[in-house]
Design a protein around this ligand. Structure first.
Ligand code: ZN
Ligand code: ZN
Length: 337
């Protein structure tokens, strides 16, 4: 099975946290957190359409400037999400520069910024054509846990306690479509861009007797076309399976309430990326700093039934000893204790 998302941590576990999530076969990506982004190429950064910042501690947010530098002078809309205080912080970042020449630019860079608060979200637009000053007053909409919902996937968030609000994040494919090669051969259909359209049609919920036109160019560059009923084509060439879910949890204290929230968010994830800042023997420091221990990270992964999990965001005090953190998390994951 080919998953639609291929998430990878941007940096090593002692450096700034961040998860880059490119989409298979599309020039598009999501980003969870934006600490130091220098390991991402310009090509990768330009794919990013939506960025979710868990909280505005420096190691999770300093990459904003790198991104802004790259995007300036391009036509682009980037959606940014963050917790309580986010609008003010984004505005302050944009305010840190002098924009007296920007109105002469031919291109427009737009940030659509959403601040998540308990029960509501505030949406504000900042555009280069207005020197990045906020456009009008923010809009307020209810927040019930969903941050973004598209045809094929959703992003959900939960507010965790890190002494400040910190967003836990999950991206979930609604379902996954695999194309059966033998089915294509049987119908005499080649692979091609039409498969993308076919998948989109499935995500749109088209089914039954509805027509679907498969078009392609044959070896003589002649245009060919066959028409099918959606249900027939789906039965012959598509295998539908549950979608992939990826969860990203950083900076949170290991209180019962927080752990329960994290488990609910991460439930049945294919891959859970979770902070493990401290060893259990330093649990008192973890508490004071509102972070998880490796054992707590493993317990969350275990209770959520994560298929795979990766611990990261290690405190520098364990430099050269990352195995201890990984072992402790794995032990808790296996034993559930
Ligand atoms: Zn952090
Ligand atoms: Zn933090």
């Amino acid at each position: 099975m080919k998953p639609a998302f291929h998430p990878r941590l941007i940096n090593d576990p002692f450096s700034d946290p961040g998860l880059f999530i490119p989409f298979m076969f599309q020039r598009r990506a999501l980003l969870f957190d934006m600490g130091d982004l220098s390991r991402l190429s310009a090509r990768e950064l330009l794919k990013i359409s939506h960025i979710f910042v868990t909280h505005m501690h420096m190691d999770h947010f300093i990459g904003f400037d790198q991104l802004l530098r790259l995007l300036l002078g391009r036509d682009k809309v980037v959606h940014l999400f963050g917790p309580t205080g986010f609008l003010e912080k984004v505005e302050a970042k944009l305010n840190a520069y002098t924009w007296n020449l920007i109105e002469q630019y031919e291109n427009t860079l737009i940030f659509k910024v959403t601040e998540i608060q308990p029960g509501k979200s505030l949406v504000q637009t900042f555009t280069s054509s207005n020197r990045f000053r906020p456009v009008g007053t923010h809009r307020e909409i209810p927040f019930m846990g969903n941050l973004l919902s598209e045809r094929s996937f959703s992003v959900d968030g939960v507010i965790l306690d890190h002494k400040i609000d910190c967003l836990g994040l999950s991206v979930r494919e609604h379902f996954s479509v695999n194309i059966i090669k033998e089915g294509l051969e049987e119908l005499g259909l080649p692979v091609g861009p039409w498969l993308r359209e076919f998948k989109d049609a499935l995500y749109e919920g088209r089914d039954g007797a509805e027509e679907f036109r498969v078009g392609w160019l044959d070896e003589d560059k002649e245009r060919r076309e066959k028409v099918f009923a959606m249900a027939e084509l789906k039965k012959k060439i598509a295998r539908i399976s549950p979608g992939q879910k990826i969860t990203y949890i950083v900076d949170m204290v290991g209180s019962k309430e927080n752990m329960d929230k994290a488990v609910r968010l991460a439930m049945d994830s294919q891959h859970l990326f979770i902070e493990a800042s401290f060893l259990d023997r330093d649990a008192d420091i973890a508490r004071r700093k509102y972070h998880l221990t490796a054992r707590e990270a493993g317990l969350i992964a275990s209770r959520a039934g994560a298929k795979e999990f990766t611990v990261f965001h290690f405190s520098p005090r364990y430099a050269g000893r990352e195995e201890e953190l990984i072992d402790e998390a794995m032990e808790a994951f296996r034993s559930g204790r």
